[in-house]
Design a protein around this ligand. Sequence first.
Ligand code: ZN
Length: 250
Amino acid sequence: MALTTRKSLSGRKLMCIVAHPDDECYAFGGALALAAEEGVETYVICLTDGQAATNRGDAATSEHLGQMRRDEFADSCKVLGVTRHELLDYQDAQLEFADFSRTACLLVERIRAFQPDVVLTFNSDGGLNTHPDHAMVSCFASTAFHWAASAKRFPGAGPIFAPKRLFHVSTNYFLPERPAPLPPPYNIVLDIRSVFETKLEAFRQHTSQAPLMEKTKAIFAEHGHSEYYTLAAAIDPQPAPHLTSLFEGL
Ligand SMILES: [Zn+2]
C-alpha cells in the first residue's frame, strides 16, 4: 500500500515496554514498523540487556554479551523506525525478584513524561516462549499504565496522564517443542505483510541471536505475516472491539 493512501497518524504516540533486546522485533516488530510508517512517535523501553541468553555469539563474558545486545537493540530499533529507545539496568532472568513498587514507579514516570496514546507489552502468559521475564514486564507495565492516571500513585513522578489503550501481545499458534502459553483471546489482527521484511531485517541486527532466527525461520515464514493483540484496557467502557489497527477509532 502506498504511504500516501494511509491515514497519517502524525501526533500519535506509542510506547512499547519489553524485557529483552530482540523482544521489540520478535514480538512487536510489525506494530512498531507500521506505526513508524504512519507517522506515530514510538518509544521502546527494554528492562534488561539480555545477559542470560542461551545464544551468546562470541561474547567472552556476560558483561560483554550485555554490551553486544545493547548495540543490537539500538540497531534493531533504528531499522524499525523507532523514535526513541531506552535500555534499563535490570538483570536478565531475574525480573520476578525486582522491586515491584520501584519498577512500576519508574515506568509511571516515563508514561507521564512521554504521554503515549497506546501502550504495548506482553501478557502475563509470558508470550510464545512463556518466559517469566515477559510475564513480569507485563505486570509492571500494565500496572504502570493504570497508575500513571492515578493522582494517588507516585505523586512525585510527574503530572498524571491517562493513555487511551493498553494492548497485550497474543498469538494464534504455538512454538513446537516448547511448553504452550495460555494466551489471551485476541481481538486485533495486524496485517504486517507490508513491513514483514523490515521486521526480519530488525531481527538480523541481533547477530548474537542468529541461531534463534535460524531455528524459527520456518515458523516465521508460516505465521509471521500477522501480529495478534488483545485490548487489555481502554479509557472508555466498551465491549471488546474487533480492530485492524492499534489506533483505529482513536
Ligand atoms: Zn524476551
